[in-house]
Design a protein around this ligand. Structure first.
Ligand SMILES: NC(=O)c1ccc[n+]([C@@H]2O[C@H](COP(=O)([O-])OP(=O)(O)OC[C@H]3O[C@@H](n4cnc5c(N)ncnc54)[C@H](OP(=O)(O)O)[C@@H]3O)[C@@H](O)[C@H]2O)c1
Length: 346
């Protein structure tokens, strides 16, 4: 099959680099255009960015000229890793001009006609963009994604009333260069701007039901406290849950271990065999040891036990720049392609 040309907006940033790393040698997509701010436009990619990925930058990408984020690109499928101060308008402009934009930015997450997508959780919300000639699909916040993937099969099986979550979030979640080293080394910063609000509101749309016309939000009470910790990659979260119907502990483990969804059914290239992995060892999961599980696309859970206040408590770990950003977005694009949503632009 001929590969589908794709463009990356915000290609010079932390998530943009992760896109390039994950799309190099992708079986379906081929990077054909890179765009960023006016500061970078006109420069060779290699001269406009400081490459901070662990793999080498492909020489053909290094030589590419950076373009402006204007809807005159040849690729009609566009990944956006733009700073949220500019993503809103630019993404709308692209969608209005017949592009399919899959975005990591927060700006359009609550637009009524925009799916807030975790491919294994709410693929049916893609119906919102059925028959559209151009559209925006958004990836949720990186901390929300790990938590909601772990909650989804439990929500369907037992119902959920209340969730309390405390996060320990990696520094790569703040972009590059991110939090100054003197603030974070040997320290914890108990505040990440806007993060708690996202964790409280986004799960309600993602777990909401689509009635053929619009999404009816789920009604779960959520409290979130978000902290930045001196970890490079991988957001760890402690979660407490009160169910509508309290299950037995083993039922929860069985449901996590059996969980697969549409991306696995369709054998999408970026879909992990197991979206959720349960660790029975009480010292796991840990960011350094387990973030890369399933090529960074598997969400790890562990330490499931009864809670003195809620019903159960457990730990969730997910890779923030892969499952939580570029990898999740690429999986979304694969789902769009496999389900025919991109037929109009191919
Ligand atoms: N890091 C994560 O783990 C993570 C996870 C989930 C979601 N996100 C979201 O993903 C987006 C990107 O995050 P990041 O961490 O990669 O940020 P970043 O490292 O700061 O990169 C921002 C990108 O936006 C571009 N940009 C800035 N101003 C622009 C303008 N006026 N016009 C066009 N492009 C402009 C930058 O280009 P120049 O280099 O030319 O300035 C750069 O490519 C953000 O919305 C963030 O909230 C990040």
């Amino acid at each position: 099959m001929n590969k589908i040309p794709v463009a990356i907006l915000g290609a010079t940033g932390s998530v943009g680099q992760k896109f390039i790393e994950l799309l190099t040698n992708h079986p379906w997509f081929e990077i054909s255009e890179l765009a960023a701010s006016e500061r970078s436009a006109g420069k060779k990619y290699n001269d406009a960015t400081k490459w901070v990925m662990a793999t080498n930058l492909d020489s053909s990408i290094a030589e590419m000229e950076i373009l402006e984020c204007k809807p005159n690109l040849k690729s009609k499928l566009v990944f956006s890793a733009l700073d949220s101060s500019v993503a809103g308008e630019i993404e709308t402009d692209f969608a209005n001009n017949g592009y399919f934009v899959i975005s990591n930015s927060r700006n359009h997450r609550f637009d009524k006609d925009v799916p807030l997508l975790i491919p294994e959780v709410n693929y049916e919300h893609l119906e919102l963009i059925k028959n559209k000639k151009g559209a925006i699909v958004t990836n949720p916040n990186c901390s929300t994604i790990g938590m909601v993937l772990a909650l989804k099969p439990l929500y369907d099986a037992f119902g959920i009333e209340t969730v309390n979550v405390v996060t320990m979030q990696a520094v790569s979640g703040g972009g590059y260069p991110g939090v100054p080293s003197l603030d974070i080394l040997g320290n914890v910063v108990p505040y990440i701007s806007g993060e708690e609000e996202k964790m409280i509101t986004e799960p309600l749309k993602i777990l909401g039901s689509f009635d053929g016309n619009e999404i009816k939000n789920a009604t779960i009470k959520i409290s979130a406290q978000c902290n930045r910790v001196p970890v490079i990659d991988g957001h760890l979260e402690t979660v407490q849950v009160k169910f509508k119907n309290k299950p037995a502990k083993q039922d929860i483990i069985d449901i996590w271990q059996k969980f697969t969804s549409m991306p696995q059914k369709l054998s999408l290239p970026s879909a992990p065999e197991n979206p959720i992995h349960y660790f029975s060892e009480n010292y796991l999961p840990q960011p350094r040891l387990n973030s890369a599980l399933g090529n960074g696309m598997t969400v790890s859970v562990g330490r499931l036990r009864e809670c003195e206040i809620f019903d159960y408590k457990f730990v969730v770990l997910s890779h923030n720049t892969i499952r939580g950003a570029a990898g999740g977005t690429i999986l979304a694009a694969e789902l769009l392609k496999a389900q025919g949503y991109l037929n109009g632009i191919l």
